[in-house]
Design a protein around this ligand. Sequence first.
Ligand SMILES: NC(=O)c1ccc[n+]([C@@H]2O[C@H](COP(=O)([O-])OP(=O)(O)OC[C@H]3O[C@@H](n4cnc5c(N)ncnc54)[C@H](O)[C@@H]3O)[C@@H](O)[C@H]2O)c1
Length: 416
Amino acid sequence: MRTVGIIGLGYVGLPLAVAFAREGCEVIGVDTDARKIEAIAAGDSYIEDVSSEALREVAERLNATTRYARLAKADAVLICVPTPLSPNREPDLGPLLESTRALAEVLQAEQLVVLESTTYPGTTRERVAPLLEESGLAAGRDFNLAFSPERVDPGRTDFTLRNTPKVIGGLTAACAERAEALYGLVCDELVRVSSPEAAELTKLLENIFRSVNIALVNELAMLTDRMGIDVWEVIEAAATKPYGFMRFEPGPGMGGHCLPVDPFYLTWRAREFDIATEFIELAGKVNQQMPYHCVAKVQRALNDAGHSLKGARVGVIGVAYKPGVGDLRESPALKIITLLKGAGAEVSYHDPHVPVLSELSLSARPLDELLADSDLVLIVTAHPGVDHAQIAKRSRLVVDLRGVTRAQAADNVVRL
Ligand SMILES: NC(=O)c1ccc[n+]([C@@H]2O[C@H](COP(=O)([O-])OP(=O)(O)OC[C@H]3O[C@@H](n4cnc5c(N)ncnc54)[C@H](O)[C@@H]3O)[C@@H](O)[C@H]2O)c1
């Protein structure tokens, strides 16, 4: 039986912990957040993708703690801590370096360490390895070290850890083999690349690809708005091409922990090589404009109906950054609500996944009440299970930023 340690029990770490425990591994989860440790001990999940039932089923094999010392008996330790940006948009490796230092104090010969957190190429070799080597053990000789990016898409059920190929880059061939043997327990397909750097950049390419393509359709949406062309109709028609086109949809801007953050890890690193990653910067700039464009659209819709934004009652539907989850990190809804309030609108919201928006001092309202009370309903995030067609029918005026009312030709609906 293997013992797997997991550092950081958030959106990435907790599902991994449950997956390994399900395969019969002993899992030691370490997190600095004592509330998470208590919740796991009580069998109460705080991550949508992990049910409390699933947590309870593996309770015997999943032990969560704040103490790193427990990791000494693990065969492998996976690092899944946050990798955010600093206020001036540079990589903030604080949590990663702190957790690596703490791990170094208890590191044992023959252990395998895998970094899963998204980061710039070179982090595993240049930042993680030297810190772990302060233990007196040599990376690639006394212990194995690899990078394997997490590809989880919270809220998604068709692609899971099991059926999403997992990319692995080891410091040495032996490191990669150890990592493959471990991940083979929970993933059906493994993709080995030649180095940790290649694996680190693979993850960034995936996210940058999305960011750039979303920016492209967002820019198109701003243009079609002026031209009086329906951007959704154009995307739908283009998507009928059986090759050479991939569908991306415009929206209120990018949210979540990944897309607004990860690309700038590469931008920062690229500067060292005298390369300005202009596509990445441009995509970030266009996507950042979207909340402003959306608010202008709301203002125009109200104006056309003879109202001003100041004093208007705007009911926002969906505030999480993506459908099916309650995650608010970098959600464009937060920016949109702030802008609307700043312009004097009275904003309330409905979101089945977000009962309270504490940073904006708002609580979710029942849908019926919100519809009855709003001069304009603004669909920002389209959660599954919410009947947007009905919302459009029952509202005076709707601005749909997600194209979910496309099937309806109605005078009261304005789309992005
Ligand atoms: N959320 C996603 O969809 C997703 C997808 C792919 C990759 N990633 C990447 O995975 C990494 C983790 O992301 P997440 O969404 O799981 O973050 P998260 O904030 O949900 O979880 C991280 C956890 O690490 C803990 N932590 C912070 N510092 C610690 C320390 N020094 N020691 C122990 N625990 C510590 C936090 O308390 C938290 O519980 C990031 O690099 C992220 O970019 C995230």
